[in-house]
Design a protein around this ligand. Structure first.
Ligand SMILES: Nc1nc2c(ncn2[C@@H]2O[C@H](COP(=O)(O)OP(=O)(O)O)[C@@H](O)[C@H]2O)c(=O)[nH]1
Ligand SMILES: [Mg+2]
Length: 224
C-alpha cells in the first residue's frame, strides 16, 4: 500500500532472466502485487520471477500488447504501474512517480525517457525514431506527448474500462496513451525519468516495429 492505495506492478517479459532478477530485487516493499507476464520464454524468466515472489502469469500468444492485456485481467490494485523486465526503467523511482501522479491529479501518468542522460541507453537511430513517432502522435491527437513509446506508466486500474485496447504488439504502448488522451474522463500527464541501458537482448525490431507503430497511429486516427 502507498498512501492507502493498493499498488500492482505489471512486467511483460520475454527471455529476461537477467533483468527480471535485478528488477524484482529492487522492488519497494509498498508494492502489493507484482505480476510478470511470460510468453513461453525459453530461459529461466518464470522460475527466477516466481522465486523472487512475483506472480507469474503465462500467455500463450506472443506479443507485448497481448502480455499486458493478460496482466491487466489479473490485476487487483487501485494503481497499476508498468515497466520492462530489462532493468532499463528506474524501479527505485516508483514512489517518486506515485507522488507525481497524485500531485498532478491525473489518472494516467506517462514516464518519459527523455532527455536520455545515459549515453549507452539509446542509440541515435532509436532517439530519432522515437521523436518521429511521438511528433506524429502529438499532431494526430492534438496533444504534445514527448515519449509515445515509453513502457512505464502509472494509472488508476478503473480507467481500463474506458479504453478499447486492440494492439497485441509493440504498438500497444502508444495505443494505451491515445486511449487515455481521447477519453474526456481521463486526465493525462507526463514526467521525465532516468532511463538506462538494458540487460539482455532487445526484443524490439526497430525498423519493423517503427513502421508498424507509425501505420498503427494512422489507422487509429483515421479508421476508428
Ligand atoms: N511477455 C512478453 N513480453 C515481451 C514480448 N516482447 C517484448 N516483451 C517485453 O517487453 C519489454 C519491452 O521490450 P524491449 O525489448 O525492452 O523493447 P524496448 O524497451 O522498446 O527497446 C521487455 O520487458 C520485454 O521482455 C512478448 O512477446 N511477450
Ligand atoms: Mg526495454
Amino acid at each position: 500500500m502507498y498512501k492507502s492505495l493498493r499498488i500492482t506492478v505489471i512486467i511483460p517479459c520475454l527471455n529476461e532472466e537477467q533483468g527480471i532478477e535485478k528488477v524484482l530485487r529492487a522492488m519497494p516493499d509498498f508494492v502489493d502485487e507484482c505480476i510478470v507476464v511470460d510468453n513461453n520464454s525459453t530461459d529461466r524468466t518464470s522460475e527466477v520471477a516466481a522465486s523472487l515472489g512475483a506472480k507469474v502469469v503465462r500467455e500463450e500468444v506472443r506479443g507485448y500488447g497481448r502480455a499486458y492485456k493478460r496482466g491487466f485481467a489479473d490485476a487487483t490494485g487501485d494503481l497499476i504501474i508498468t515497466l520492462d523486465g530489462d532493468q532499463s526503467y528506474p524501479v527505485d523511482a516508483l514512489s517518486y512517480l506515485i507522488e507525481a501522479f497524485l500531485h498532478h491529479e491525473v489518472d494516467f501518468l506517462n514516464a518519459s525517457r527523455f532527455p536520455v542522460r545515459d549515453r549507452r541507453a539509446m542509440s541515435l537511430k532509436h532517439k530519432f525514431g522515437n521523436l518521429v513517432l511521438s511528433m506524429v502522435m502529438s499532431v494526430l491527437f492534438f496533444r504534445w506527448v514527448r515519449d509515445s513509446q515509453s513502457g512505464m506508466w502509472v494509472f488508476r486500474r478503473e480507467i481500463l474500462k474506458e479504453m478499447k485496447l486492440e494492439s497485441d504488439g509493440m504498438a500497444f504502448s502508444e495505443e494505451i496513451k491515445i486511449e487515455a488522451l481521447l477519453s474526456p474522463r481521463i486526465r493525462f500527464g507526463e514526467i521525465s525519468i532516468m532511463y538506462t541501458s538494458r540487460l539482455g537482448e532487445i526484443k524490439l525490431n526497430p525498423w519493423r516495429d517503427g513502421f508498424q507503430n507509425l501505420a498503427f497511429l494512422l489507422k487509429k486516427r483515421f479508421l476508428r
